[in-house]
Structures are given as C-alpha cells and as structure tokens.
Ligand binder design. Structure first.
Ligand SMILES: Cc1cc2nc3c(=O)[nH]c(=O)nc-3n(C[C@H](O)[C@H](O)[C@H](O)COP(=O)(O)OP(=O)(O)OC[C@H]3O[C@@H](n4cnc5c(N)ncnc54)[C@H](O)[C@@H]3O)c2cc1C
Length: 401
C-alpha cells in the first residue's frame, strides 16, 4: 500500500512548525512542503526591514537548511489553486500535486478595505519584497529632500494604529535621528503622522500600558489622529475625515498597515471564507473537507469567551501547527481527532530596540523589560520553526545596546 501523502502549503510559522513536528514524529508518510520562496521569513519582524533597522538577511533563513531531506520534499513554487474536490494543488508552473491530507498555511495579504488609491500608492508590509520596497521608498524620499527642499519628502504617514503600525513607528523613530546627517535632512522638519479610524489606540492593552506606548512615540515626534477614517490615498498625500470634514496630509512616504486578510488562494479555491479566512472545525479541519486542515492567518478560530475569533498571530499559528501534527498522527493510528484549545501566552509590542509594552503572566510590563521579552519570544519562535543552530545565528541577542 502506498504511503499517505501529506502536503503542507506555506513556509511561515504555521507551515514550518507543522513540518518540524511531523519530522519529529517519524510517521510512515510522504511529506511535501510547497512554498513560493526558498526561505522562511519572520513576518513578526517585517516592520524592522521596512524601517531599515534590520535587513532581509537578519530575518530569513533558507528552508533547505532546516529540513531533513530524507523525510520532507520541498517544492519552491507558488500555489495558485486548491482543487479540494480532486484532492490536488495547482502550481504556477502548471504542475499539479495530489494529496491525501492537506495542511494550508498560506498566511496573510494586505487589505485595502476598498479604499481608493491604496493599491497604487500605499506601501504595505506583508512579505520581504514589500518591506524592502517600503524602506527604499522612505530612504529615497529622505535623500531627495536635499534637492527638492519639498517638505512632503520629509513627511511620513502611517495608516492604521494596530500592532504593525505601532511597531513600525517604534523603529523609524529610533532610526531617523541616526541617519539625518548621512542623508543630510533636518530632523526637526520630519513630520510623522499616524492616522487611525477607531476611537481608541492599542485597545488590546490596559489603559496604563496603552498610554505609556503612545506617550513614548509622541515624545519621539509622532502625531496621532484618532477616530479619523482614511478616505483616499493619493500619490503624495492621505485624505481622511475629521469631525465630518475631509482633510489631507501631504506625504511622499505612505505606509499602509491598517490590516491584513488571509491569502487570496482561499477565496479563489471556493472555500467558504470571509476576508480570506475560513472558520475551521474544532479539530482545525475545514467544514465538509475532513482531509484539509487550515491554520495560521488563513483560519479563524472562535474564542468562546469573547464571542469573536482570536486575533491571527504567530503565537496561535504555532500552537495550531502542533495540534495538527498531533491530529495527523492520531488519524494514522485510527484514533479520533482532538479539539484545539488556545490559551494565550500574552501580548507584547515593541517600541523600537529597547522599549516596549507587554501583558503576560497576568501582569503588565513596560520599557526595557518588555523589549527583552519581545526578543526572547522572537528567538523562541525561530527555534520552533527551525533548529538550534539557526536560532543561534538569527536570534536577537543584542539585549544591551
Ligand atoms: C510587522 C508585524 C508584526 C507582527 N508581530 C507579531 C507579534 O509580535 N506576535 C505575533 O504572535 N504575531 C505577530 N504578527 C502576526 C504574525 O506575523 C502572523 O499572524 C503570522 O505570520 C501568521 O503565520 P502564517 O504561517 O499563517 O503566515 P505567514 O507568516 O504569512 O507565512 C505564509 C507563508 O506562505 C507562503 N505563501 C504565501 N502565499 C503563497 C502561495 N500562493 N504559494 C506558495 N507559498 C505562499 C509565504 O511565502 C510564507 O512562507 C505580526 C505581523 C506583522 C506584519
């Protein structure tokens, strides 16, 4: 009898962790990983690449360096469609890969919410190319000021005040004073504005922590506009609504970090989805497709306490992957699938290299301690999706500068 074919899509936190756990279990199965790049990138650090405080090399590692080739076949290719009724996956190169069991971890994309001009003029942070492009644009505009003397070249608008936006603001406000001499721009003329539609900033933290975080960024020169929905992104400005009036901030650098959605492949493949995410069964399979597991940012798992799905994070993606590997093992042993349960380990946001806010172990932390926690969590995540030597090479051990 031929071996069960397990195909894993995406080499993010969800996909890589599933592979690492399946490798450890030594099951008698064929494992194939399909991902569009030959590297894993730490999505949780994309804002650093976009701000220029880390490079792509710092936050990536080669997939083949951490896989066991005797156990896993890696295909570097883009998935275009999941043919769920034929149990196969179509690739951009025209090939089709069949599966008996499928684990989908295709991650997130930028969400425009249908706002005019976002796709043309907003710089999203969703993968390595977009983060590098955002950094290039920022540096080009700052450099150009010398010639143009146009103040909009020194104006940066960050759209949205969620996690990614706040962490990006932490990084650029650390970096800009360090590069103003090199790029020859007056730091006191730099204008950084963060525009948020919701009435409250950082609602996932206590009022004290949220006030601390916002205060740190304000002291570094960030101006927040809150309860002010964005209406249009232009080539050189952002139009928003304030007190019923349309206003515009001129800016050459416009960072689009208002939110993300699950991979477009999910909708294109005909799954019952909302914003690229499928509400999965308790065992993390897809309704009507018991051989298909969906985890990470393409999945939605209901939090019974709040009555809303858990926020999509690397943290939940990794524990979902552990659960799916365990359920695959149980299935092969003829045992029942177990229901997934999630207990959050906490929430940490960085505010640049040496500052941050955190809620963990039922306590609030801020400042340097929170930033050390953030680096420790990032190192643990690298270990969970690779191996010890990769964690030692790529980890963050710069706790003291
Ligand atoms: C700046 C930033 C900071 C964040 N900070 C935190 C944090 O502090 N803590 C936290 O828990 N979460 C954080 N998150 C959220 C976290 O990064 C995501 O929830 C997490 O990356 C989801 O993991 P994933 O494996 O589902 O998707 P991803 O990490 O997006 O991985 C998807 C993988 O699929 C591949 N892929 C995509 N499309 C295709 C295709 N069509 N064909 C083949 N391969 C494909 C990609 O190349 C990638 O390898 C942050 C996110 C951002 C952007």
């Amino acid at each position: 009898m031929s071996k069960t074919k397990v195909v894993v899509l995406g080499a993010g936190y969800a996909g890589m962790r599933t592979i690492k756990e399946l490798e450890k279990k030594n099951l008698d199965i064929d494992i194939t990983l399909i991902s569009k790049n030959n590297y894993h990138h730490e999505s949780t650090a994309l804002h650093e690449v976009a701000a220029g405080t880390s490079t792509a090399k710092d936050i990536t590692f080669k997939i083949n360096d951490v896989l066991d080739p005797k156990k896993v076949t890696f295909i570097e290719e883009e998935v275009t469609l999941i043919n769920k009724d034929d149990k196969s996956v179509s690739l951009k190169n025209g090939e089709t890969v069949p599966y008996d069991l499928l684990v989908i971890g295709l991650g997130f994309e930028s969400e425009s919410f249908g706002i005019k001009g976002v796709d043309e003029f907003g710089w999203p942070l969703v993968d390595i190319p977009t983060a590098q492009a955002a950094k290039k644009q920022l540096d080009k505009n700052l450099n150009n000021y010398q010639l143009s003397q146009d103040e909009k070249d020194l104006s940066i608008v960050v759209c949205g005040a969620g996690f990614t936006s706040i962490e990006y603001l932490g990084e650029i406000t650390n970096r800009l004073p360090k590069i103003s001499d090199e790029f020859n721009f007056p730091i006191d003329k730099v204008k950084i504005t963060c525009i948020e539609a919701m009435p409250k900033l950082l609602p996932m933290f206590s009022e004290e922590l949220s006030d601390y975080g916002i205060d740190v960024l304000k002291k570094r020169g960030v101006e927040f506009k809150v309860g002010t929905p964005i209406k249009e992104i232009k080539k050189d400005g952002v139009v928003y609504e304030e007190n019923g009036e349309l206003k515009e901030i001129k800016a050459s650098t416009i960072i689009w970090t208002t939110g993300v959605r699950g991979s477009g492949v999910i909708g294109a493949s005909g799954f019952a989805e909302r914003r690229g995410r499928v509400m999965v069964n308790p065992d993390l399979t897809v309704p009507d497709y018991p051989e298909v597991y969906m985890i990470g940012d393409v999945s939605a798992v209901m939090d019974e306490k709040s009555g809303r799905p858990y926020p999509t994070t690397a943290q939940i993606a990794i524990v979902q992957a552990d659960h799916v590997a365990k359920n695959i093992e149980r299935r092969l042993q003829g045992k029942e699938q177990e229901a997934f349960e999630f207990v959050s380990q906490g929430t940490v946001a960085s505010l640049g290299n040496n500052d941050g806010i955190a809620h963990a172990f039922d306590k609030d932390f801020k400042g340097y301690v929170a930033s050390v926690m953030k680096k420790g969590i990032a190192n643990k995540a690298v270990l969970q999706v690779s191996n010890f030597s990769t964690m030692m090479k790529k980890g963050r051990f710069d706790f003291y500068h």
